[in-house]
Each structure stands twice: as C-alpha cells, then as structure tokens.
Design a protein around this ligand. Structure first.
Ligand SMILES: Cc1cc2nc3c(=O)[nH]c(=O)nc-3n(C[C@H](O)[C@H](O)[C@H](O)COP(=O)(O)O)c2cc1C
Length: 160
C-alpha cells in the first residue's frame, strides 16, 4: 500500500500530528511518505492508495473557520482525484467547529473519496492518532474489497 501524509503547518502542531500519523501508519502497512504541501506538486497525490491530508484551523474562533489559506489554494489546484481514498485531519486551538465538513466538501469536489476525519487539539497532537489511522485503514480495506468484489462479477458478490 502506498500512503501519503501531507500537511500544512505554520507553527509545527499539524506537522507533529502528521508525523504521529505517519509513524503509526508505517508499522507493517506499506510505504509511507510524509510531506509538507509547500513544494508538494498536486499531481503527486495520484498513485497513492490512501492520503492523509491535514491543516491547521484558520478563523475567528466563533465564525469563518476554514482550512489554512495555503491548503485551500493547494486543494484548488488538485487534479481529478478519481476516487482516491482520503482521510482528513486538522489541528486547532479552541474549537474546529464545522471546518472539517467544509474541508471534506472541498476534497469531494475534486473527486476524492473522504473516508473519515479527525480534529486534534494542538495541546495533544497525537492523542487520537492511533484510532484515526486504524479507522482509515479499515475503511480503505473495505473499499478495496468492495471494488474487487464488484470487478469479480455477480458470482462472487455477496448475496443480499
Ligand atoms: C490566523 C489564525 C487563526 C486561527 N483561527 C483559529 C480558529 O478560528 N479556531 C481555532 O480553534 N484555532 C484557530 N487558530 C489556531 C490554530 O489552528 C492552531 O494553533 C493550530 O494548532 C496551528 O497549527 P500549526 O502549529 O501547525 O500551524 C488560529 C491560528 C491562527 C494563526
């Protein structure tokens, strides 16, 4: 499995979360690359079986909460992701509010298949990382099994 952990970080918290995710993902699950989106060409996302994509939360705490500007611009320039499996995360100080819903919509509009999301408080950058990674892998495996079953034809599809 080829796994990419890509992030936008200004002060290091999102980077710390990305590295925790990469550390957990790399234990026996395949080849893991962890990269800042700064200098990461968008086309490199293609060809990965699972992409973890993370950003810090940018807003006015009670309103206008969005992914960081650099992440929004980077996502705008993504090619058609053709159903690439994506797991989204963010680092926040107070409350992520609906930020991950908006981020999910942005990736879906680029053809990404968003499997799951997770918000990480900046004071605990790795607290929920294991559960998040395990959930993403379980959903990616289920997705792959579903696709194979479909390709195999009706004889091998489970009867409902
Ligand atoms: C300009 C700016 C706006 C922010 N707005 C919010 C916000 O609306 N809600 C929130 O919970 N955190 C907000 N934060 C906090 C960051 O999302 C948080 O500190 C995050 O962990 C930073 O990640 P980084 O260290 O990877 O840059 C804001 C930070 C900055 C610099």
């Amino acid at each position: 499995m080829r796994i990419l952990v890509a992030y936008e970080s200004r002060g290091g918290h999102t980077k710390a979360t990305a590295e925790a995710i990469a550390g957990i993902a790399s234990t026996g699950r395949g080849e893991v690359e962890v990269r800042s989106i700064r200098g990461l060409p968008q086309w490199e996302v293609l060809g990965h079986d699972l992409v973890f994509l993370g950003t810090w939360v940018d807003g006015f705490v009670v309103a206008g909460v969005r992914p960081a500007r650099l992440m929004r611009l980077w996502v705008d320039d993504l090619p058609d992701l053709q159903g690439t499996n994506v797991a989204l995360f963010c680092s926040y100080a107070v409350n992520p509010r609906g930020m991950l819903d908006g981020f999910q919509g942005m990736l879906a509009s680029k053809g990404g298949k968003v499997l799951t999301t997770q918000a990480f408080p900046r004071r605990h950058p790795d607290q929920e990382a294991r559960g998040f990674v395990n959930r993403a892998f379980a959903l990616a495996r289920a997705d792959a099994a579903g696709r194979q079953g479909w390709l195999a034809g009706p004889a091998l599809r489970p009867r409902v």
